[in-house]
Design a protein around this ligand. Structure first.
Ligand code: NAP
Ligand code: F7E
Length: 323
């Protein structure tokens, strides 16, 4: 039975990936922080009787390098999926130093923990389309990086650390350059979930308006459940490499609002208020991924359409509030 270790297992992607690996018969280990308690709700959703095996949780932090070495020695994983990060772009402007330490250096610490422990694990790095930032669309594996936030800068560092350990030590280390992916388990302060939760709260009479920032930004939004399959495929590939995972379709925040409110029979223009508090010091205007390499070499394609994703998220938030 292969052994997998997931950092950030309590996050959106971690919960879907753990679910996928358990269904494939893996022994799955996850790293959580003591404060992860609140977000373990996502993991509860896995105990629905459809998954074989159990998820074993371990305390750890990307800020604790010795602890990471100890975990590597104890678990001796075959595959490490590194998903933990300070992952919010706007927050990274407020906490640039912290974001650099966790999201950037934290990746180097984990790579070094694998190397010094001598465990021959395959390594997946959760790289991001935010590394492309201001580079015009469509973006693929050859597009120049031009990050527009401390988060994007930290992810560029982590990307190159991954390539460097591959080249220096022959490690099987791959970057998945994932474009935005969402789900009913998405953190509540990312724009898609903020909108779908807002729609449900308005319907339930708990909220009158929804305050948002830049409605004109365009993103290539896919479903997280589809994207974790791409992560797994990268580590089963015959060689380590870097891959874009995206849908190849972009929509604006405004279009997301239109569809989400429309799903509930509402007109977004009646409820959405543009609020400068949510504008960023530098914006990423247009991300549109070209996933043709992942399709060609990994046989990966997204299964969920944009309209289905929006409906899934609105319906889930309405169900929570009974609205
Ligand atoms: P998420 O929901 O924010 O999950 C991130 C996880 O990292 C959380 O479980 C968090 O733990 C953990 N974490 C944060 N700081 C940590 C630390 N110092 N030590 C250990 N764990 C720590 O993110 P996601 O959406 O699942 O994304 C997964 C990864 O993919 C992230 O690296 C993100 O940057 C990257 N990514 C995401 C997208 C996307 O659209 N979702 C696109 C491209 C790349 P707590 O629960 O304790 O807070
Ligand atoms: O913003 C605009 C905002 O925070 C999307 C992370 O998973 O994907 C994510 O980063 C767009 C931006 O995601 C609000 O200005 C408008 O243009 O949902 P977001 P993000 O910044 O694209 C990448 C690929 C990652 O790697 C990251 O980890 O929406 N926007 N109004 C707003 N955004 C937020 N959060 N809140 C608003 O009120």
């Amino acid at each position: 039975m292969p052994i997998a270790l997931i950092t950030g297992v309590a996050g959106q992607d971690g919960s879907y990936l753990a679910q996928l690996l358990l269904s494939k018969g893996y022994e799955v280990h996850g790293i959580v922080r003591r404060s992860s308690m609140l977000s373990r709700g996502r993991l509860e959703q896995m105990h629905d009787g459809t998954h074989e095996g159990t998820l074993q949780l371990h305390y750890g932090d990307l800020d604790d390098p010795i602890g990471l070495v100890r975990l590597m020695q104890t678990i001796a994983p075959d595959e490490v999926y590194h998903l933990a990060a300070q992952s919010h772009v706007q927050v990274s402007f407020d906490m640039p130093d912290y974001t650099g330490s966790v999201t950037g250096l934290g990746t180097m610490r984990l790579l070094e923990a694998i190397r010094v422990s001598g465990v021959p694990a395959r390594f997946y790095q959760a790289s991001s389309s935010e590394m492309f930032g201001a580079s015009p669309p469509p973006q693929n594996e050859d597009t120049k990086f031009h990050p527009r936030s401390p988060y994007g800068v930290a992810k560029v560092y982590a990307y190159w650390a991954t390539v460097n350990y591959r080249e220096s030590y022959g490690m099987f280390a791959s970057n998945g350059i994932l474009f935005n992916h969402e789900s009913p388990r998405r953190g509540e302060n990312f724009v898609t979930r903020k909108i779908t939760k807002g729609v449900a709260a308005i319907l339930a009479g708990q909220q009158e308006k929804l305050h948002l920032g830049n409605l004109d930004a365009k993103r290539d939004w896919g479903f997280a459940g589809d994207y974790v399959e791409g992560m797994w495929r990268m580590l089963q590939h015959h060689q380590p490499d870097d891959f874009v995972v995206a849908t190849g379709e972009a929509h604006s925040v405004r279009e997301f609002c239109e569809l989400a409110f429309g799903r509930a029979g509402l007109d977004y223009e009646q409820y959405v208020v543009v609020d400068e508090r949510y504008f960023r010091p530098a914006e990423v205007d247009y991300l549109l991924g070209d996933p043709s390499k992942a399709t060609r070499e990994l046989g990966w394609t997204p299964a969920t359409t944009f309209a289905d994703l929006v409906s899934m998220m609105v319906d889930a938030d309405r169900a929570v509030l009974g609205a």
